[in-house]
Design a protein. Structure first.
Length: 418
């Protein structure tokens, strides 16, 4: 299965990105507002202090510098520090001098600069602490939002995951329904679980009716088919039987036997796996395969085909005999019908029975597509019970049926026996 994105992670990540972007937008806006307000405040404060310094200089012929305020006037011979002297006329913020931070105003009168500088070192330190505290609180808030979102999603998604796990391990045939109801969870979760339980209950009821129909129909059909088969056998063995109709009687006997196999197979499908255990018996494919081949030789008479049995030693398995016969017979019949000439090989390995056909002029990809499409659509073809029904048998009994394309040849059917 293709790896899909995790809904919970995606929601948490999206919400986190949204929160971070919103925080950045608010932070940038706050920073710009703060800078504009600072500029207005410093401009007002420095203008007032500048005027006071000029008045004090006029009264005392010197500026009254303090620890926090510095005043320089080139016209009076004051030596302006290089960090201040290189600045243009106007308000300048966060200028460093002697490990202190100043905001200053630069004016010029007759080519002589006048500078007033206000020490804002403590204010900047306090501002830095406020920014760091804000960032830390923002980070904590984002983490809390992520945690709360994740926990809330747990309450919504975890019950759905448990429901999916129950569905994965549930089957109407195993009678492990209904699923756990999510009534105590969110409304949407409870609605989904109730809808699934209703649907599964209907499916179980449908499967039960289907099994009852198969079982009833099989029992009803077995009696007339057995009577017909017995009657044909009696006619074949009767000394006064016209030899001209023997061939037709044998053909009728074969068709009757195939019909009897089909009815038996439907009866098996109507039973659950526990009941099938009563029909398991040891089977030797070494003796069974030749009998199946003999019954299908007539299908090769109109083709240049030969069925080659490559089982040369006993091969024991345990399974319902009738079910195994029907499955192998149908695979062999399909191999014959999809071949023109050559050899159809039947062979085994440790746990697999394989039937390999030579094909009839189609590419390996076309033959595989033919098998797959026929199985998907449930198509029956020329007297066989169809690959769809064969796959149903395999699924019902726990076998695995695979098809492999053989390059420039035909197709190999692989039946994995448990």
């Amino acid at each position: 299965m293709t790896k899909l994105p995790n809904l919970r992670k995606r929601i948490v990540l999206t919400l986190t990105i949204y929160t971070v972007l919103l925080t950045l937008a608010v932070g940038i806006n706050g920073f710009l507002v703060n800078e504009n307000i600072e500029e207005l405040v410093w401009k007002t404060v420095l203008n007032l202090d500048f005027e006071k310094m000029i008045e004090a200089e006029k009264k005392s012929n010197s500026a009254n510098n303090s620890e926090n305020i510095l005043f320089f006037n080139e016209a009076e011979g004051d030596r302006i520090p290089a960090e201040f002297n290189q600045l243009d006329i106007g308000i300048h913020d966060e200028i460093e001098l002697n490990n202190k931070i100043y905001v200053l105003k630069v004016t010029q009168d007759e080519n002589h600069k006048k500078i007033i500088a206000l020490d804002i070192t403590e204010i900047e330190k306090h501002e830095f602490k406020m920014v760091m505290s804000t960032l830390l609180l923002t980070l904590i808030a984002i983490l809390i939002i992520m945690l709360i979102t994740y926990k809330q999603l747990d309450k919504f998604i975890d019950p759905l995951l448990k429901l999916a796990d129950q569905l994965l391990h549930s089957s109407p045939e195993r009678n492990n329904l209904p699923l756990h109801s999510l009534q105590g969870e969110f409304y949407e979760s409870a609605l989904l679980s109730n809808a699934l339980n209703d649907y599964l209950e209907k499916s179980a009821h449908y499967i039960k009716n289907e099994k009852v129909f198969f079982e009833t129909a099989s029992h009803e059909l077995r009696t007339p088919i057995s009577a017909l088969s017995g009657a044909i056998e009696v006619v074949l063995q009767h000394p006064e039987t016209n030899p001209e109709i023997v061939t037709h009687l044998k053909r009728a006997a074969r068709i009757t036997n195939e019909m009897e196999e089909l009815v038996s197979m439907l009866l098996f499908l109507s039973r659950d796996q526990q009941r099938l255990a009563n029909y398991i018996e040891p089977i030797d494919l070494y003796t069974e395969i030749p009998l199946i081949i003999e019954r299908h030789d007539y299908l090769c008479q109109s083709k240049q085909l030969k069925i080659e049995n490559q089982l040369h030693q006993p091969f024991l398995i345990t399974a319902p005999l009738q079910l195994l016969r029907v499955t192998i017979s149908n695979l062999l019949r399909n191999a014959i019908e999809n071949s023109d000439k050559g050899k159809i090989r039947i062979f085994v390995d440790a746990h697999h029975l394989m039937i390999e056909d030579p094909g009839h002029g189609m590419t390996a990809e076309e033959i595989s597509a033919l098998y797959t499409e026929r199985a998907r659509q449930g198509e029956n073809h020329r007297g066989g019970i169809g690959l769809a029904l064969t796959l149903k048998i395999c699924e019902h009994y726990g076998w695995t049926l695979l098809f492999e394309s053989i390059k420039h040849q035909g197709t190999k059917a692989i039946l994995k026996l448990k």
